[in-house]
Design a protein. Structure first.
Length: 220
């Protein structure tokens, strides 16, 4: 399945590049930057985590109403956790290289809805938390653990969203619906001092990400 998706993506980029050579003015590059609010589904005691996202998308205006875009975005995702008697400040920051391929439909001039498919490739994965000292005189201990080996390296989601354009500036809001699990096996990612963190313990856990970006369309 991964090979098929990669072939589709390369074909999309290749087709867009070919159209850029033959249809000058209809192709544009859109650098963008913004923020994410993310969490992980099918887990307990999680909360939204803020992150950053940035990259660029290449687009081709097929008709006045339809456009196709393909992009490369580096996104900070993951989840936060609620404090308990053993730990506090738990977070699981995940960084992905996402490659959204979208169909864009203009409802009215300036207002566009979009949907498509988004393969993602895991770049970094950590768990961060502070173990609470239970004995007087001891200090809280901070932990920063690399857990990339416990995670699936490939992620697939369906992005849906809406965008508003004015003078080539674009405000884009999307929700990425995770389709694939992010953990290789069931169970907790980390157990500090024998205390089980069940926050990320579900093998069916998936990414859930809201994204708001600001971009600028540069004609090619």
């Amino acid at each position: 399945m991964k090979k098929i998706l990669m072939a589709v993506l390369f074909a999309a980029f290749g087709a867009t590049a070919a159209m850029a050579q033959s249809s000058a003015g209809d192709v544009y590059l859109k650098p963008l930057i913004g923020g994410t609010l993310s969490t992980i589904t099918k887990t307990d005691d999680t909360k939204m985590k803020f992150g950053l996202v940035g990259g660029a998308e290449l687009g081709y205006q097929v008709t006045d109403q339809f456009a196709v875009t393909a992009g490369a975005l580096v996104a900070m995702q993951g989840t936060g956790g609620k404090d308990n008697e053993d730990i506090k400040d738990f977070s699981m920051p995940l960084t992905y290289l996402n490659v959204p391929v979208l169909i864009n439909y203009s409802i009215v001039p300036g207002l566009t809805i979009k949907a498509g498919i988004q393969p993602g490739f895991l770049l970094t994965a950590k768990t961060k938390y502070t173990t609470i000292a239970l004995t007087e005189g001891e200090k809280d201990e901070k932990s920063d653990t690399d857990v990339k080996d416990l995670m699936e390296k490939f992620d697939l989601s369906i992005p849906v969203g809406i965008a508003y354009e004015f003078d080539d500036f674009v405000i884009d809001a999307r929700y990425n619906i995770g389709l694939t699990k992010i953990l290789k096996t069931a169970g907790s990612v980390v157990e500090p001092d024998g205390s089980n963190i069940s926050t990320i313990g579900n093998s069916s856990a998936r990414n859930s990400v809201f994204m708001l970006t600001f971009g600028y369309k540069v004609p090619l």
